[in-house]
Design a protein around this ligand. Structure first.
Ligand code: S3P
Length: 453
């Protein structure tokens, strides 16, 4: 990230139209680099997200011994060290803003006989790590962290890993993945029980690279996912679809601008990620799923979105894992809808890149919307018209807060500014350029007085 904050301002735009593609899926990109890094032979990754979070994973995997190169054609190549072959990094691993890099790597490293030090930016060092250090300690690793189990974190990997059966206490793909990745270099079977389904890319990709992963119904509900340890993984080709969490911003922007007609192509449609699409359709959004197909084992589709009159609904808590990163932009859609939208069971939003419940409640209120945040809920009272706007919102190192408020500003009478758009680089490089290409008006605000200008 560059040193100076980068304020941006969004002004009310006309209809959004055209065909776009958003950058590659972040979750798949991280996993492709990590598994490529512990496979034998060459892995080729097409469509890797070249955002800062994923680049942090690439840098860490290099520091641990994998060879990683980007070809001139944009295809990434990884030559792995084999399961158990990672070597101790000489330097502290800086994971930047990325919780996924940190938690998944903590898993991978926990069962290697090495010591590694992980740190991150002002957002990441506030995020809880006990959710991974607790199960990984049971497998034999030790950790030294700041109070509250926060970064910087020393991972002291074990040379005598033991397989565990672990029931994940919060719905979290990161925790599930950390334990499974630790299970890679552990003899015997490592099992994770998850009661509510979360994104399953780790399981799918482990199989793709040659591991044996079994998924069975668990007693008492949910699934038991078990991995046979110490497989030989072989380098593979990975095709990364467009990230539905990035597409979400263009989709909501098109819905809230009348007469919009936008096609977002080649969006990853894994059913464990599509909760936002279901929700927006329930709210009356016109979203057509065109040309559904499978690409390299993952469902993808083109989404045609038209400007729509939205109405408020209740979003049930069991839907949260399938749209966990989309609540900020859903709150923007809700602020432009008619009636009340209640987002239930969303307490996890308090421990994302920022406290997203507080950030959305404060920012929307500053823009003139009526909104209440509870411990685990967010309620937005829409009037059928976008709120007034006219505020500058703090982004607190949170990419999705920044993009959500810039989308809101495309619909409000007065513009909406964000104090710092640099965090957008973590997940959606060239967000403003892509949006402006379909008719948005997102501009540099360095030379203006912010939203009042
Ligand atoms: C991710 C899982 C989710 C999500 C994050 C990416 C992943 O986090 O919020 O952006 O790639 O596994 P949790 O597992 O903590 O819910």
């Amino acid at each position: 990230m560059t040193h100076a904050p980068k304020p941006l301002i969004a002004r009310r735009s006309g209809a959004l139209s055209g065909h776009i593609r958003v950058p590659g899926d972040k979750s798949i990109s991280h996993r492709a680099l990590m598994l490529g890094g512990v496979a034998v032979g060459e892995t080729e990754i097409h469509g890797l997200l070249e955002g800062e979070d994923v680049l942090a994973t690439a840098a860490a995997m290099r520091a641990l011994g994998a060879e990683i190169e980007r070809g001139a054609d944009g295809v990434w190549h990884v030559w792995g060290v084999g399961v158990g072959g990672l070597t101790e990094p000489a330097q502290v691993l800086d994971m930047g803003n990325s919780g996924t890099s940190t938690r998944l790597l903590a898993g991978l490293l926990a069962t290697h006989p090495l010591t590694a030090f992980l740190t991150g930016d002002g957002s990441l060092v506030r995020r809880p790590m006990a959710r991974v250090t607790e199960p990984l300690s049971r497998m034999g690793a030790s950790f030294v962290a700041r109070r509250g189990e926060r970064l910087p974190l020393a991972v002291i990997g074990t040379d005598r890993p033991v397989p565990i059966t672990y029931e994940v206490p919060v719905a979290s793909a990161q925790v599930k993945s950390a334990v499974l990745l630790a299970g890679l270099n552990t003899p015997g079977r490592t099992t994770v029980i998850e009661r509510s389904p979360t994104r399953d890319y780790t399981e799918t990709m482990l199989r793709h690279f040659g591991a044996e992963v079994r998924v069975e119904r668990a007693d008492g509900g949910g699934h038991a996912i078990s991995l046979t340890g110490q497989p030989e993984l072989t380098g593979r080709t990975v095709q990364v679809p467009g990230d539905i969490s990035s597409a979400a911003f263009a989709i909501v922007a098109a819905l809230i601008r009348p007469d919009s007609d936008l096609v977002v192509e080649r969006v990853g449609m894994n059913p464990r990620r599509t909760g936002l699409i279901d929700t927006l359709i329930e709210m009356g959004g016109s979203i057509e799923i065109l040309n559904p197909r499978e690409e390299a084992g993952e469902p993808v589709a083109d989404l045609r979105v038209r400007g729509s009159a939205l109405k408020g609904i209740d979003v049930p808590p069991e839907r949260a894992p399938s749209m966990i990163d989309e609540y900020p932009v859903l709150a923007v859609a809700a602020a432009c809808a008619e009636g009340t939208t209640r987002m239930l069971g969303v307490g996890e939003l308090r421990v994302k890149e920022s406290d997203r419940l507080a950030m959305m409640a404060d920012g929307l209120a500053a823009c003139g919307a009526r909104v209440e945040a509870g411990e685990e809920t967010l309620t937005v009272h829409g009037t059928g018209r976008p709120p007034a706007g006219g505020a500058t919102v703090a982004t607190a190192l949170d990419n999705r807060i920044a993009m959500s408020f810039l989308v809101l500003g495309l619909a409000t009478d007065a513009p909406v500014a964000v104090d710092d758009a640099r965090p957008i680089e973590t997940s959606f490089p060239d967000f403003a350029g892509l949006m402006n290409g379909i008719g948005a008006r997102i501009e540099d605000a360095t030379d203006t007085d912010g939203a009042g200008a």
